[in-house]
Design a protein around this ligand. Sequence first.
Ligand code: GLV
Ligand code: MG
Length: 347
Amino acid sequence: MKSPRAFYAPLALGAPAPFREVPARVERMIHFVPPHNAKLRERVGEMIAQVDVILGNLEDAVPVEAKLAARQGFIDMARAHDFGATGLWTRVNALNSPWLLDDITEIVAAVGDKLDVIMLPKVEGPWDIHYLDQLLAQLEARHKLARPILIHAILETAEGVNNVMDIARASPRMHGMSLGPADLAASRAMKTTRVGGGHPDYRVLADAGSAVPRAHFQQDLWHYTIARMVDACAAQGLKAFYGPFGDFSDAEACEAQFRNAFLMGCAGAWTLHPSQIAIAKRVFSPDPAEVAFARRILAAMPDGSGAVMIDGKMQDDATWKQARVMVDLADEVARRDPELAGMYRQA
Ligand code: GLV
Ligand code: MG
């Protein structure tokens, strides 16, 4: 294991020093753009103001014959726009693919100074992060980048889930993780054909004789993995995200999955379709009524200790900390989103 003293040392002479904390940014939706599609690439200019993160996707869903066009399209779209406070990410191809090395070297050379985060798919263990960490440090030094590029891992293999904690603490370059339910389902031999969401047959059945027909309740296939991901990320000061929800026709189910993830501790989700942007914005911005209640807790316990009753509910040091989380998030969202800022003020 590396010495703690060496953990924050740059991995190449001339590379920028790693961040000590993940930069604070509102990242409610990571909006996927297929950069080989010129029509969708043209819409990036207007999307920048609507989403928190624009991600150029080079991996799955890009046909093999379009891989190079997607890489070049990403470079073109990165050059063409000023992204302001909106994050610019790319999802590169997997480490074992024929494209990854050129994805990284060409993109960092061309637009490394604009790129915030590289999303790395199919991460199996800390060794994958170490490789990309070292490579990025060498390229940052070569291209004289002033700011380190962060790594975001997709948790989408059984091996990756087993190693989730070691992945989270592999490098100060880690930004966070996303659940990749489609690849994870395949890796685990789950008997589904979906991208995220539940399954009507994964349920708990009421006892025999309780009623006819017997009641049943669908369970959440992703609860276990999201919980592990959130704990690993929170323990290391990283951010956890729900990944994709593939049924664009079912906005209600998408909202339910995103909301469960938010309540469990996730910061955002992927939006693969424009209709999911408003859902993610609604879900991952705290509810003004909850924020108002949290502010009452903070006001009632100015030093954060002791116990008070508010509306018949006991509050103590621990609920004060929960209220702090809620209010801090609302303040961050308010800085990015004037409409919500107004709602948080009024509530
Ligand atoms: C995302 O990449 C997934 O596999 O769900
Ligand atoms: Mg995947």
